[in-house]
Design a protein around this ligand. Structure first.
Ligand code: ADP
Ligand code: MG
Length: 353
């Protein structure tokens, strides 16, 4: 039932976005104004002040272009939702402490600091009167939006520059929350699944090399096997020209390998296919893992008591991120794997949205 104009900032990957959203009440969201820009590479490893000053400046510019003309004064205090998609120890609805950077970011002086405060201080330096009203992970934002449209939404997954998921858990099943009550009896768990690790997760020598070459070795193993920090791979994979000219161009311009014969270019596409298919299947396995944990995979194994004559409840999983929304082959492989793991009948009750 919320109404009014709210601002939002999405920081956590390749691009950051500023948004102006009008909520119309009764689950209606009017078309938001969105501006998207890439985060300059040097700011990803610079200082906390440099990064947040850059973001605050962009946000200020955006606010100054406010459309309705009714109140263009920067004096009015505006409310900001801050989507900050890195591992955070959440201390309240609007505050949290950065545990570590991921996805190529590495600014040491932000680690251990309260991130909303970093942003609010930068906004104050730029003369922007705005308050962080809510701090959320992108998975949690996606779950909230999914739930806004469909109350059967039980989990959210991001597959973009990085990968992560969150889901709705019963509070009494969360060990570290013992004694803490919520009015709903439920709580959203941000899994940070990008850092999932198990000796059962088969890693190839290529995974090991990639990890060693990354800015965060021994960290985010699942993420490195799934997510799309290298969009060029998708471009090569999706090259449907008979001569594979796009593959040739990327190999030459980016990898500095000229004159690759067609036969080898075909092999490169095959490698992209194998990597993408594995990534999609691992993501599907993760989603089924969530469904199993909360007894919604149709097996009845965990919560027990499901008899075959009781209809399986619909479970909606909200998915965001460029790999799922824009990479057709990735999405198809993921759907295929969901059906393969759950079985056709159970898979019909699991809706990826
Ligand atoms: P972010 O993670 O910064 O929020 P996105 O969700 O848009 O951003 O994810 C970016 C990633 O999604 C890119 O690194 C790329 O691998 C992938 N991606 C984006 N668009 C496409 C596309 N059209 N085809 C294939 N992959 C894409
Ligand atoms: Mg994103």
């Amino acid at each position: 039932s919320e109404q009014g104009i709210y601002y939002a900032l999405d920081l956590g990957g390749t691009n950051f976005r500023v948004l102006r959203v009008q909520l119309g009440g009764q689950r209606s969201i009017l078309e938001p104004d969105v501006e998207r820009q890439p985060i300059p590479q040097h700011l990803m490893t610079s200082t906390s002040e440099d990064l947040f000053d850059f973001i605050a400046s962009s946000l200020k510019e955006f606010v100054e272009k406010e459309g309705d003309g009714s109140d263009t004064s920067l004096m009015r205090r505006r409310e900001l939702g801050f989507t900050f998609s890195f591992p955070v120890k959440q201390t309240s609805v609007s505050t949290g402490i950065l545990i570590k950077w991921t996805k190529g970011f590495g600014i040491e002086d932000t680690v251990g600091r309260e991130v909303s405060e970093c942003l609010e201080q930068a906004m104050a330096r730029k003369g922007l009167n705005m308050r962080v009203a809510a701090l959320v992970n992108d998975t949690v934002g996606t779950l909230a939006l999914g739930h806004y449209h469909d109350p059967d939404t039980i989990a959210a997954v991001i597959i973009g520059t990085g990968t992560n998921a969150c889901y709705l858990e019963r509070t009494d099943a969360i060990i570290k929350c013992q004694g803490l009550l919520t009015t709903s009896g439920g709580m959203v768990v941000n899994m940070e699944w990008g850092n999932f690790w198990s000796s059962h997760l088969p890693r190839t020598s290529y995974d090991i090399e990639l990890d060693a070459d990354s800015p965060n070795p021994n960290d985010q193993g699942f993420e490195k096997m799934i997510s799309g920090m290298t969009p060029l791979m998708a471009e090569m994979h999706e090259d449907d020209s008979p001569e594979l000219t796009e593959v040739a161009r990327i190999l030459k311009d980016t990898l500095e390998i000229p004159d690759v014969p067609l036969k080898v270019r075909k092999l490169v596409v095959k490698v992209c296919d194998v990597v993408t298919r594995r990534a999609a299947r691992l993501a599907a396995a993760g989603i089924v893992g969530i469904l199993k944990k909360i007894g919604r995979d149709g097996s009845g194994g965990i919560t027990g008591g499901r008899r075959s004559d009781i209809k399986m409840k619909r479970a909606v999983v909200a998915i965001e991120g460029g790999l799922y929304t824009s990479y057709t082959m990735f999405r198809e492989y993921l759907h295929e794997a969901m059906i393969e793991i759950l079985g056709e009948e159970a898979a019909e009750h699991v809706i990826l949205m």
